[in-house]
Design a protein around this ligand. Structure first.
Ligand SMILES: CC(C)(COP(=O)(O)OP(=O)(O)OC[C@H]1O[C@@H](n2cnc3c(N)ncnc32)[C@H](O)[C@@H]1OP(=O)(O)O)[C@@H](O)C(=O)NCCC(=O)NCCS
Length: 452
């Protein structure tokens, strides 16, 4: 590596590290529930996941890990030459199958606890000293009889002992929960990881519920190519998708993806702030999802995360960050913080998940029934995805609602963009008189107009 390359990567590292700071602040002391299947435990990359858990724990995230053990249970059943019945995708757990489940779940549970206890020097686990807490946190009840078949020891969550989990989390322990639950009558029930993780997240009022899955892909038909779930779903969109109510579509969703999406949607509906579905195949998948603005998985939230709204005084800092580089390049006219504070009511901002992606301002000239659109800017990382168009449409509607017929804009760099959006070039003489008096002949901005 040349010294220039080294320098570049150091600069990149420093800027990346700084960019992570807001997430670290936001996640400290928050409860994250992570659900993963037994397949993940047998994967060679599982140890990397443990390293990421260690990192999250050291950043003060309160972690609850809920693991499954489906393949391990199947292996034990095969070894014992036992066959089980399945009803509506659920395994009937008879006493012999329960014995296999207890052995397989116990083994998987201890293997995870052992990995979390590593502390080898020169590894990401050096000085980790994670304390793992487990216990009878989950009260279960039988699933009952379905289609005339008794599911026996296949159960569902009845209650979560939140007080006990909270007290472990407050002591800084990582809580590890298995898919076995206990009933007040002293029986053991075989549960699904999805059911346990969802109910734990709801009961703890968790900030996040995260499912790590083998796949987040689906098809619209047998012959369709594989598609990945959208980056974001609102609860309502997710329900439409699951109920096949999106016109013209009939998604074929793998069972585990369907049940995780159903669980994630329910958790969100019941108050968990965000739920995430992530493909576990990506190394560092959780870190990528949690510490980058766009993440890599699918995030489900109650409401859409993108909002167009009137700017508030608290937005001045964000707007300045967005427009200052464009002002420095001469693309936008310079506005100081003070002027922005005075004119903040004229601004509309486009934000996504708390990050400001764009802004625009509307200055009225009531006598001429005209408005100037100014300071339209989209963050360079988020351009070419229709956001500029979205913001412009919003501004046009706003102008029309104020009885404005004429929208004009002065631009040095985006003439063609505006022409493609229905503006046409005109002369300064067509500007309202007050604007003509302020026209800066040195900038030689093009004047464009659109009749609304
Ligand atoms: C102009 C601007 C707001 C467009 O935002 P955006 O979110 O990228 O716009 P959209 O996604 O709606 O449109 C993208 C399309 O416009 C094209 N485009 C983007 N900027 C352009 C420009 N300056 N000139 C011509 N075309 C442009 C893109 O190539 C893309 O074309 P495609 O759909 O054929 O691929 C953005 O580029 C920006 O912030 N520019 C700097 C500030 C500025 O010049 N503001 C105008 C003066 S007020």
């Amino acid at each position: 590596m040349t010294s220039n390359n080294k320098m570049d990567s150091m600069i990149e590292f420093v800027s990346w590290f700084r960019s992570v700071a807001p997430y670290i602040h936001a996640f400290r002391d928050k409860i994250f529930v992570l659900g993963f299947g037994g397949e993940m435990i047998t994967d060679a990359k599982f140890v990397h996941f443990i390293h990421d858990i260690n990192l999250l724990a050291s950043l003060g995230v309160r972690l609850v890990l809920v693991h499954g053990a489906r393949p391990q249970i199947q292996l034990r059943l095969d070894e014992s030459q036992l066959e089980t019945q399945t009803v509506m995708g659920m395994r009937v757990t008879d006493p012999a199958a329960l014995q296999c489940a207890k052995e397989a779940v116990g083994r998987a549970h201890h293997e995870i606890a052992a990995l979390l206890s590593m502390g080898l020097p020169n590894s990401p686990m050096a000085n980790a000293a994670i304390r793992v807490a487990s216990g009878n946190f989950v009260t279960a009840c039988p699933h009952g009889i379905i289609q005339g078949i008794d599911l026996m020891h296949t159960g569902k969550v009845r209650k979560i002992n939140t007080q006990a989990i909270h007290s472990r989390l407050e002591q800084g322990d990582v809580t590890l929960i298995s898919p076995l639950g206990y009933s007040p009558t002293g029986e053991i029930f075989n549960l699904t990881m999805e059911n346990v993780a969802t109910e734990v997240a709801i009961a703890l009022n968790a900030e996040k519920l995260i499912f790590l899955l083998d796949t987040v892909d689906f098809r619209f038909s047998e012959t369709d190519t594989l598609r990945t779930l959208p980056r974001e779903f609102t609860v309502a969109e997710s329900k439409l998708f699951l109920e096949n109510k999106i016109p013209g579509t009939m998604p074929l969703i793998p069972d585990t993806l369907r049940s995780s999406l159903q669980s994630a949607t329910r958790a969100c509906e019941m108050g968990v702030t965000r739920t995430h579905l992530i493909n576990r195949g990506n190394d560092g998948a959780i870190l990528q999802e949690l510490f980058t603005h766009h993440g890599i998985g699918t995030m489900i939230s109650q409401e859409t995360l993108q909002a167009l709204r009137k700017a508030k005084i608290e937005d001045v800092g964000g707007i300045l960050q967005l427009i200052e580089p464009l002002e420095a390049e001469g693309i936008l006219v310079r506005r100081g913080r003070e002027l922005l504070e005075i004119e903040i009511d004229r601004f509309t901002v486009l934000e996504h998940d708390g990050i400001m992606l764009g802004c625009a301002a509307l200055y009225p000239f009531p006598e001429e029934h005209a408005c100037e659109l100014a300071c339209l800017a989209i963050h360079p990382d988020y351009r070419d995805q229709g956001r500029g168009n979205h913001l412009l449409k919003h501004i046009e509607k706003k102008a029309i609602s104020q009885g404005i017929d004429i929208l004009f804009v002065l631009t040095t760099h985006a003439t063609h963009w505006f022409i493609e959006h229905g503006f046409s070039e005109t002369t300064t003489a067509e500007l309202p008189q007050a604007k003509q008096n302020l026209y800066n002949y040195q900038r030689r901005s093009k004047v464009l107009v659109k009749y609304l």
